[in-house]
Design a protein around this ligand. Sequence first.
Ligand code: NAD
Length: 370
Amino acid sequence: MSGFRYVSYAQEVIFVPGSITRISEVLERFGWKKLLLCTNHSMQIEGHVDSLKSSLGEHLVAIFDRVQPHVQDIQVDQVLELAVEHEIDAIIGMGGGSPIGMAKAVAYTRKPSIPIIAIPTTYAGSEMTAVYGITHSRENPPRKVTVNDPKIAPRLVLYDPELTLDLPPEMTASTGINALAHCIEALYSKTRNPISAAAATNGVRHISNTLLRCYQNGKDLDARTEMLTGAHLAGLSLASVSMGLHHGLCHILGGTANIPHGIANSIILPHAIRFNADLTAPQLLPAAQAMGISFNGDSPKVAIEAMAQKIFDLVGQMNLPQRLREAGVNLKESDLPDLAQIAFQNPTVQNNPKPITEPAQIEMLLRAAW
Ligand code: NAD
């Protein structure tokens, strides 16, 4: 890599346990008076919506609490109507990548656009990025497209580790591996830069230290705090680089084979690491060391193989599927050549650091993951 270029965003990030109970003090500084909250039912059940309500008082003028996965266009229209009706001046997304994506979609679609406040409760990392995906469900077949613009980056990001204490073990594990994958692909990204590399390496260290602990005991606030720090660093690294084969493939496996995003990440990550290792082992070496793998000067590829195996084992320890055939969807081994063909056309897959010149390379990876 010679030279680098990246875009950074004007964002205030606050990371404090219990911070949502003091959100109104922060908002006063920004001068936002009328806020709309996008969230989903689990946040109501866990009482987080009530905490926000009591903290924001009359400034919380509307709540949309039934955000579905993957930002549906029909729901965006409904929330936009609420935004116009209540003349809001900022929008909050609280929850995983889906409610935060909904807040981004509404804020960006409204003209003029409005600022976004993101309060993440999973490790998906959307809060740090200037991207959202939207599903055009009125089209046949429905199509998910991504929108990318610096205006989409949340202006205020509030991390409150206490909100993650209820995150169920499977969501903890799968969104945690998603965060780890952001770090790995950021490290070998074609557009990597010194900030993304530093954030990604430290992200791997925190995630590797704590993900299993969070899975085993979700109420461990120290582990949850360090894990959320790792997820923040993963999101920060993701925000300024382009992704490659792993990410592109996970989107295809989600969109075409219906495999949930975190599960696809858990299955594919060790294989994507191995696939790229000839070319990317030097960039991944700091991640392997951050995961506690010793390197005594032999080929970095040996350490990277040990890292791939360690991630595979971690996925198994957290009872996530380790193979595509265990993903619990209606996918057959005979579907793999077609999936490889589709993936071969995907621009993110084609943005991989190691060139992919024929679908057979992807098919081999998918067969190894089968
Ligand atoms: P999600 O937002 O769809 O949430 C999944 C489930 O977890 C929901 O049922 C939710 O109720 C539950 N949940 C979330 N937090 C909880 C908590 N603290 N306690 C109990 N239950 C909780 O899932 P996700 O994996 O966070 O996000 C996935 C979506 O985000 C996908 O659409 C993906 O494409 C998108 N994404 C976007 C970016 C980006 O940069 N734009 C990055 C990562 C993911």
